[in-house]
Write a protein that binds this ligand. Sequence first.
Ligand code: 5AD
Ligand code: SF4
Length: 448
Amino acid sequence: MNVNALRPQRFKLYIETYGCQMNVNDSEVVVAILAREGFSVTQDMQQADLILINTCSVRENAEQRIRGRLDVFRIEKKQRPGLLVGVIGCMAERLKEQLLEEEKAVDLVAGPDAYRDLPQLVRNAGTGQKAVNVLLSREETYADISPVRMDKNGVSSFVSIMRGCNNRCAYCIVPYTRGVERSRSHETILQEVTALVEAGYKEVTLLGQNVDSYRRDSADETISFARLLEDVAAVSPALRVRFATSHPKDMTDEVLHVMATCHNICKSIHLPAQSGSTRILELMRRRYTREWYLSRIEAIRRILPSCAISTDLIAGFCTETEDDHRESLSLMQQALFDYAFMFKYSVRPNTPAARKMKDDVPEEVKSRRLQEIIDLQGLLSAQSKQRFIGHTVEVLAENISKKSPDQLSGRSSQNMVVVFPKKHYAPGDYVQVHIIECTPATLLGEAL
Ligand code: 5AD
Ligand code: SF4
């Protein structure tokens, strides 16, 4: 593709996104940057002049999936030699030039802090030059860029409030692929949220690797996450506010009290535990103990009795014994998580764990422990849903149900998916729904 020659015309961009919510929002930033160069998004890969794949490196199987997609793009390129393919995001940052060497499909590589350079990278790749930018930044927050929303419903949107991570948990690649932590200006966050409200959005999810360490200093004040949350909630009483991810070592009671005071902050907290064993938590460099974690759960239950709590758990981290594993199971039973994301430990190159520890839990033991965690969470999730039967919850309707055009689906404040007969309601409406029954993933009810 000769981008210079084609400039007045419109190009088609096909973009696929893998991994976390932050990547979803980053893809929207990328679309905004490339829109200025005449690119519009297509859902059809075969129409595309440029294919971008926004990638995740957090576990090995995430990377394998992306390699599989690159094979598909290579076949597409064989049929259309002018097509350009770019890898962006965490895998681009981790593998850098190596990606150009290993993957025949790839023409350009851009890390998470290099998206402003994409127009130039596309031009270079279009003329057969090397196109790699994986510089990490201490400042970049894309604060001035209005992401082009790619959700279909126009109801719920992500807003990034910070980038990067300084925690360096032993197993985690994120601090190396996304760089150091930096907070976006309070003012631009509020402007973006206000613009979303004006465009009819009803829910925002504030995103950061560790939202509790959000901090902006100005001449006369310091803005903490608690203050930011309060200010975002004040933008409009009709706007629901969510956030992720909280860190057990940093989550303050002040944040919980703001949640209790503001009716429009959803009562749902994602608080990754990773393990229930203090010994493993120390090896993971999580900087809290089992007791500290449980004391944070107790604070949530005390200050926000109706709050749902979800978590992340890793099975089979280096040196994990049966006793350590049983401590994870017992932590789950004590915390009564409503939902969990559960993973087998996967060694990530150049992380502290990969450099200093042996991945010594056999694969079959990891699998069995993960299965025990999944089975227990299945019971806890079912119990959590059953508690809502017979009660009425406020649901923000988001989509027509995939299973039936007569049903709407949305989420409660506790982030439970609720499906109910549509009647005269539409996506974007707040609906009081009386819960009648539940499936493993969903609450079912009737609109009042
Ligand atoms: N192996 C398995 N799970 C991991 N996570 C992060 N790094 C790894 C890894 N190397 C999980 C953690 C984190 C979530 C986003 O992914 O549970 O909270
Ligand atoms: Fe990774 Fe830990 Fe940072 Fe989360 S807090 S992104 S697990 S290093």
